[in-house]
Design a binder for this molecule. Structure first.
Ligand SMILES: O=C(O)CCC(=O)C(=O)O
Ligand SMILES: [Fe+2]
Length: 273
């Protein structure tokens, strides 16, 4: 149990070690795949400057906290969890994100491409694409999450399949993961913690009651904290309990995140936010 450690390597090396790297995450062989320096740090810094210039960090320009999705933190992009209750609104919002992102990244390395390119190398030959419905409507490609001050993300799991979001195509897949690229490193200690515990059975109630911290201590659950530097990218299984601690940050944490869904027997891997 003590050797539940992230695998740190580049995508090619990881896929030589595991023919199906995502299944190694789903089966809990490793808690996370950590790709250091996946995106140029200089481009992350320039992107941050662009955000500040355009006022994207002001509390009023971004989608605000929703208790339903484990906030508080701010989003720049389209969140199925936050907007998906209204399908029309969700797909219209996603189109605006598809229009905005290329303008945002103009002249810089595209961080969405960095995530998709690396995921492709970890896909075990499957085809990676932004999630879409049978009628062709696209989901958001990725989302920036901005953690100011004391913001975080309480212990939770992410599973569209289990939350059965009213008939969304991504609900058909067996396994769900996240990919997270660090755009600005926040205060140390506020980095995500992953637990070796699926959010099912008695743990569901524990999460709902907000008692997971005590439970994890009492059961001595294996856990890892993933410390990221600017440009580092990591992937993990979101059906394991995880959290972004609510520490006091003197530096805002900014990440670009995607969800990823796959089934062993399905040739497609869907990516969305
Ligand atoms: O930011 C992270 O590292 C993880 C965030 C997370 O769990 C989520 O967005 O659902
Ligand atoms: Fe999550």
């Amino acid at each position: 149990m003590t050797n539940w450690l992230p695998l740190e390597a580049d995508a090619e090396t990881i896929s030589r070690q595991f023919p199906q790297p995502l299944m190694a995450l789903a089966e809990g062989t490793v808690p996370a795949l950590v790709l250091r320096g996946a995106h140029p740090a200089a481009d992350c810094i320039q992107l941050m400057a662009r955000f500040e210039e355009r006022g994207y960090f002001s509390q009023d320009t971004l989608v605000k906290e929703s208790q339903l999705s484990g906030g508080p933190y701010l989003d720049l992009g389209t969140s199925l969890g936050r907007v998906g209750a209204d399908r029309e609104k969700f797909f219209a919002h996603a189109e605006r994100t598809h229009a905005l992102f290329p303008r945002l990244f103009d002249g810089l390395a595209d961080p969405v491409q960095t995530i998709y390119r690396n995921l492709n190398l970890l896909a075990g030959g499957k085809s990676v694409q932004t999630a879409k419905e049978p009628d062709g409507r696209r989901y958001g490609p990725a989302i920036f999450r901005i953690y100011h001050g004391e913001q975080g993300h309480r212990a939770h799991i992410d599973s569209v399949r289990r939350r059965s979001k009213a008939g969304y195509a991504v609900g058909r897949f067996t396994h769900q993961f996240a990919g997270v690229l660090c755009v600005q490193k926040g205060t140390v200690g506020g980095e995500p913690t992953l637990y070796r515990a699926k959010g099912e059975g008695e743990i569901e109630g524990v999460l709902e009651r907000g008692e997971f911290g005590t439970y994890a201590e009492a059961h001595d659950l294996p856990r890892v904290q993933i410390e990221l530097d600017v440009g580092d990218l990591y992937f993990f299984y979101t059906e394991n309990v995880h959290e972004v601690p609510l520490v006091v940050r003197d530096r805002t944490r900014v990440v670009l995140a995607v969800f990823v869904a796959m089934s062993p027997e399905d040739e497609q891997i869907f990516v969305w936010s």
